[in-house]
Design a protein around this ligand. Structure first.
Ligand SMILES: NC(=O)c1ccc[n+]([C@@H]2O[C@H](COP(=O)([O-])OP(=O)(O)OC[C@H]3O[C@@H](n4cnc5c(N)ncnc54)[C@H](OP(=O)(O)O)[C@@H]3O)[C@@H](O)[C@H]2O)c1
Length: 260
């Protein structure tokens, strides 16, 4: 299938590692001109050097805990360059922990990083997408949109806010050739998952190896996802071929989620 992505540009957030990095690579392999966004400039430069080089790629340093800084940097970047056809909203997940003992500040931080920053990025990207009559806004969320995950209280709460924000936007923007979809990763082999396994193992008094085995056994596929597998789903949703898919939650979880 020709994904017809080779004249497109993308902003891929949270792209120095994990799912974001794999997505940047997958899009670049399809000929997309990629702009990476994250906090760590050295890692951003390293990822740029790893991307297929048919197009000239770029990066932007910004911190989602500082929405004013993000807004200023993304707007001035778009003023100095072209806008983006594809926006991948992705960043680090909220701290794990039980909901009843979560600090109020954790909710504020998570809302800021996951809802406010997504809104800033969409508003910055919208006019170019409308001019091009083509836009793909893809939000990397979590299967907790469908089933809360024990021990990820703040995350469970905020993920649904993002999902409903996205669903509402999809209804508003479809008329401009812009789709808004959510990808819900299951257990995916990244630094984020390593951290979750460590915390769960400590809490339950077991080893990380045992916890890994327990978690893999929850999954019908009996393994964790490779970040590239999540990136493949994102790349398809970003393509021309996915033009009529709008406002969905797509789990990429090896069948782990028990609800449809
Ligand atoms: N892995 C899983 O099993 C899994 C499952 C369900 C949902 N998810 C969710 O999917 C998303 C991506 O997961 P992942 O496993 O790829 O995460 P990850 O390995 O922790 O990578 C997170 C990325 O976000 C960037 N980032 C973190 N904090 C940032 C900030 N304040 N400002 C800007 N960029 C920031 C990091 O780069 P810098 O440090 O350079 O800024 C990094 O590139 C997360 O929201 C995660 O919770 C993951």
């Amino acid at each position: 299938m020709d994904l017809k992505l080779n004249n497109k540009s993308a902003l891929v957030c949270g792209s120095t590692q994990g799912i974001g990095k794999a997505t940047a690579i997958a899009l670049a392999e399809e000929g997309v001109r990629v702009t990476l966004l994250a906090r760590d400039e050295e890692k951003l430069k390293q990822v740029i050097s790893e991307l297929p080089q048919q197009r000239s790629h770029d990066y932007l340093v910004a911190d989602f805990t500082k929405p004013d800084q993000l807004k200023e940097r993304i707007n001035s970047y778009i003023d100095d360059n072209q806008g983006f056809h594809i926006l991948i909203n992705n960043t680090g997940g909220p701290k794990s922990g039980l909901l009843h003992s979560a600090e109020l500040e954790e909710f504020k931080n998570a809302f800021q990083m996951h809802v406010i920053c997504n809104q800033i990025l969409v508003q910055a990207c919208l006019s170019f997408m409308k001019e091009e009559s083509f836009g793909r806004i893809i939000n990397v969320i979590s299967t907790s949109v469908k089933e809360p995950i024990p021990g990820l209280g703040v995350s469970n709460t905020i993920r649904n806010a993002v999902a409903n924000w996205a669903k509402t936007l999809s209804g508003e923007l479809g008329q401009f050739g812009i789709t808004v979809n959510n990808v819900l990763p299951g257990f995916t082999d990244t630094a984020r998952l390593d951290q979750i396994i460590k915390v769960k193992a400590e809490r339950e008094g077991t080893s990380e190896a045992k916890m890994t085995e327990i978690m893999q056994n929850y999954v019908p596929a009996k393994r964790f996802a490779r970040p590239q597998e999540t990136a493949n789903a994102i790349t398809f949703l970003a393509s021309e071929a996915a033009a009529y898919i709008n406002g969905i939650n797509l789990p990429v979880d090896g069948g782990r989620t028990k609800s449809l």
